[in-house]
Design a protein around this ligand. Sequence first.
Ligand code: COI
Length: 356
Amino acid sequence: SASPFRRSAVVSETFSEKSELADIDWDNLGFGLLPTDYMYVAKCLRDGVFSKGELQRFGNIELSPSAGVLNYGQGLFEGLKAYRKQDGNILLFRPEENAMRMRMGAERMCMPSPSVEHFVEAVKAIVLANKRWIPPAGKGSLYIRPLLMGSGAVLGLAPAPEYTFLIYVSPVGNYFKEGIAPINLIVERELHRATPGGTGGVKTIGNYAAVLKAQSAAKAKGYSDVLYLDCVHKRYLEEVSSCNIFVVKDNVISTPAIKGTILPGITRKSIIDVARSQGFQVEERLVDVEELLNADEVFCTGTAVVVSPVGSITYLGKRVSYGEGGFGAVSEQLYSVLTQLQMGLIEDKLNWTLEL
Ligand code: COI
């Protein structure tokens, strides 16, 4: 068969016994790990030929203490979501975009990566195996987390001799504790997320460890998260720890251009297309931090955060507020169109969703 995975014996035995929906509180999902039934695992050596992969019981994995990923951070992750529709079918949103981004990142991190087809088939397999964990329509989504890591042992600095492609999933609700209420950001001037020539443009694990210090400090002061500036001029917007940023002024939507230091978000790209299709002018360019002072609306985009309105931004001790405790008109419209597309509530003219 064309399927790149094998279902191990344990999976087929227990598969049919599972009830339709897991027994959890579907009304209070946040963004935390809820262990599910299965994970997908495939391996390959330096030759880049991945094994078919198999579904295994979700659980701890065994790694050499000298695995490349543990010692030198040779690792990437992805994030995408599956939604359950009213009719019971399941929708994936642009999974081949995640597959392609993983391949780009793998090239930067000297790792072999699964083909787009392998990636998408593996995502489908792990979602179907964990079907009972997909929230009922309207209650959230199943967050899918693919990992690619140097799992082979190294001591001297070098690409690992073996790689593991793993996917696990977890049902999720809203990312920020604010729910869909606006978040409060603080602009960081000293610590930087990425540098020109560095790895800011790929989804490598180290980019996320690098923002924890500023994020923790911001949270301790009551902010939701941190907005980073470019490290050369300390002046142009880059992104928030876990999402991209957009600024709206006089119905023109602007977002920092992709230039190697900003994560090329799939939600970012989708929102740009949705906005243009709704008649908005969208500019990808350098966005000066000073523009925040007289913006009409600011919002963040990401797979995890979807579209999150920003209620205030604090910069050099000055706080600027947006909206009146809710979405601005532009971000509300974009949020509505995007999520209706993702949940199968409006016609998918662009063929972005994959129905299972
Ligand atoms: C996502 O939005 O899927 C991400 O990968 C961000 C992550 C920090 C939750």
